[in-house]
Design a protein around this ligand. Structure first.
Ligand SMILES: NC(=O)c1ccc[n+]([C@@H]2O[C@H](COP(=O)([O-])OP(=O)(O)OC[C@H]3O[C@@H](n4cnc5c(N)ncnc54)[C@H](OP(=O)(O)O)[C@@H]3O)[C@@H](O)[C@H]2O)c1
Length: 398
């Protein structure tokens, strides 16, 4: 099969954009050339000559030789404009922007169909790990029962530091910010939003369900405190931020992002630092485990490169699971065994939301409950701001 020559219009020349430039230099076999690069800040010093850049996006859109748009900017709203304009004008697109993709999933799907152009976004989900292409192609027929994993590198770095170096959450976050792994306003990562956007994308490619971000519960690591760290350390556990989706007994799907205690037997236990790890469980293959770097210039650029390469043979996602699915819905009808840290005065009220209580502890400042609670009750408590609390998942109860 002869491969298309690709002329790329690149948006963004930051961490991943420059990473892609370097990676392409080292991949001469791929007939892909960056023809023009659009950036924002006119005063920034660049790693390559100014003649390579434009500040006007129309220089890229109006260039008939450019047949691929690669969108690697850090602004989800501007990315939406760029990606939709490109698709409407029949240019293939590669993007790494999970927030933008998750917020507009259905519309982006529709635009691809209407204009018969591909939008590929492997780097948006777990950076270097080829999870989307595997879900699309390899798990085409073998039915997925569940997918779960660590999908956010920054929070995994913070949690790794917390456990390896016995740091408090605040100290670990500060170190992550100093190293550039967490942004100055890190709530997108630490609040579990970034993990939720990735879960939404995984949900579409694994179960064919298109959720809206607000449909999926995300509890981040930003409230993790001393009692749950002590509980984990005493029992030889670690806390990981885990995104998961699984089929319920009734055939519907439950999906959420909640910090989880993992023990040494759990495959996620040794997924540390900026690594991501995803476990799939299918009817025939049983469990499979993917692990790889979930952030960084070259790891992320490697997934972008793979998408660009796929475009050279006209690859596009077929969204096979979406086509196969009928009448599947999201369900809160699942019971979870959880650890809930709370204020002393809230103990009695909170206990009423549990169907069973295994352990109840109070010290002079606060306390915790472990026991079984429905996802619906957990969601209600989580959004009730009158409680100062932190949830950590122990296991799925049914
Ligand atoms: N970094 C990672 O490890 C990683 C991993 C997976 C996915 N991603 C995703 O990859 C994307 C890029 O991330 P990054 O870390 O490379 O960001 P970054 O280092 O902050 O770079 C952002 C780039 O976007 C440019 N930009 C911003 N708004 C623009 C606009 N309206 N028009 C043109 N250019 C614009 C900036 O221009 P100036 O240079 O002029 O400021 C800069 O070059 C994001 O969607 C991110 O979520 C990143």
């Amino acid at each position: 099969m002869s491969r298309k020559k690709l002329n790329i219009g690149l948006f963004g020349f930051g961490c991943v954009g420059f990473g892609l430039y370097e990676v392409l230099q080292k991949t001469p076999g791929l007939k892909a050339n960056i023809k023009n690069i659009c950036v924002k800040d006119r005063n920034k010093t660049r790693e390559i000559g100014v003649e390579n850049f434009t500040f006007d996006k129309n220089d890229i859109f109006n260039d008939p030789e450019i047949n691929v748009i690669v969108e690697l900017i850090d602004d989800a709203d501007a990315a939406y404009e760029i990606v939709t304009t490109a698709l409407k004008s029949g240019k293939a697109v590669v993007s790494a922007n999970k927030k933008m993709i998750a917020e507009h999933f259905e519309e982006l799907l529709e635009l691809q169909r209407k204009h018969n152009v591909p939008l590929l976004y492997e780097a948006a989900c777990c950076a270097s790990m080829p999870i989307i292409r595997n879900l699309e192609e390899y798990y085409d027929n073998d039915l997925l029962e569940s997918i779960q994993g660590i999908v956010n590198g920054s929070t995994n770095y913070i949690l790794t530091k917390t456990f390896k170096e016995n740091l408090s959450y605040d100290e670990a976050l500060k170190q992550a910010q100093e190293k550039g792994f967490a942004e100055s306003n890190p709530i997108l990562d630490t609040g579990g939003f970034d993990a939720k956007y990735k879960l939404l994308i995984l949900l579409a490619h694994s179960f064919g369900y298109i959720a809206k971000p607000e449909d999926l519960l995300n509890i981040g690591i930003n409230n993790i405190g001393g009692l749950e760290l002590k509980y984990a350390r005493e029992k030889g556990l670690k806390i990981k931020l885990v995104a998961q989706a699984f089929k319920n007994n009734d055939g519907n799907i439950s999906a959420f992002v909640i910090p989880k205690f993992v023990d040494t037997e759990d495959r996620l236990f040794n997924v540390d630092d900026v690594f991501n790890g995803v476990i799939t469980k299918t009817s025939f293959a049983d469990e499979q485990f993917f692990v790889g770097k979930g952030a960084g210039a070259h790891p992320t650029a490697s997934a972008v490169l793979s998408d660009i390469s796929a475009l050279s043979y006209d690859y596009q996602y077929e969204y096979k699971k979406i086509a196969q699915q009928e009448n599947i819905s999201l369900s809160d009808d699942v019971n979870l065994k959880v650890f809930l840290r709370h204020q002393i005065e809230d103990a009695a009220t909170l206990k009423k939301h549990f169907s069973t209580i295994d352990e109840s502890y109070l010290n002079h400042e606060s306390g915790y409950i472990t026991g079984t609670i429905s996802l619906e009750n957990l969601r209600n408590i989580h959004f009730d701001e009158s409680f100062d609390k932190s949830f950590v998942l122990l296991e799925i109860a049914n």
